[in-house]
Design a protein around this ligand. Sequence first.
Ligand code: ADP
Ligand code: MG
Length: 312
Amino acid sequence: ATPTALMVGTGRGAQLGILIRGPEVLESTRRVDTVVLDKTGTVTTGRMALRDVVPGEGVGEDELLRVAGALEDASEHPIARAIAQGARERAAEDAPPLPVPEDFENLAGLGVQGTVEGRHVRIGRPPSGPVENRDGAGGAPAAEQTVLPDGLARAKAEAEAAGRTAVAVSWDGAVRGVLTVSDTVKESSAQAVRELRQLGLTPVLLTGDNRTVAEAVAREVGIEGEGGVIAEVLPEDKAEQVRRLQSEGHTVAMVGDGVNDAAALASADLGLAMGTGTDAAIEAGDLTLVRGDLRVAADAIRLARRTLGTIK
Ligand code: ADP
Ligand code: MG
């Protein structure tokens, strides 16, 4: 394509709500055959709400929510915001404000830990089964690595089958309860997946979330088949998943919004950042989808092919 055609493509992109880092970006856009989609905040709204509060034996619902809310109040993660907000909303009218944690640590892609009123608390991915899992191997839970009691395991399984994310709250060496949060799939996501397929592209859902939850979301937007869902991936391994697809011969576009997605966006042949996402993602991307609408990812690829004269 001539430089003029590329400039025109860039201008047309701006009209569609696509910010293009430079005209040369259109060249890689054209060759893409696989589109990796981050789940939370990209396919879903990322606005989570607290749903179930399931205390374990000997723990009150109020205590569970108060301790969890206090610790999560120190985190910016969408799950954390849902839990802190839910804890405030559901607290009794005369309840004291949430305590401030004595210390706090974020465990990226796993959860949070800290001290609340003398308890050493962890909140995060629940143990995957009723097995002892102490060493943190295999994407192990940030929540204290102990057994999930039967009642809590059941609550977790039911929530996940319905597409909700369950996190375990532990303190002083045992899981004390399970909280579930739900996110909603963006209205435009299923249509976007259809459009991407019509362009001959293979959509892949990539997430740090649990496999059952990821598959429920994938089903809702029409992503299916072998390799369609890559779940339980730690933030630092998202880029590695992109590189694996590239090593299998694919030209990969990655769409993401989070700090967690920045490395993967940079590794992809084409990085598309949600304009509604974090600065880290936007800086790492080649294109920004201003309105955070996934359908515009398909528009971007269509535009690149058209600009470069290779309409399929
Ligand atoms: P995604 O890839 O979908 O954007 P993340 O990598 O941010 O998800 O998180 C992966 C998983 O880590 C979550 O599904 C949850 O189990 C756990 N997790 C992360 N942060 C928190 C938190 N602040 N509180 C509880 N659990 C968390
Ligand atoms: Mg995300």
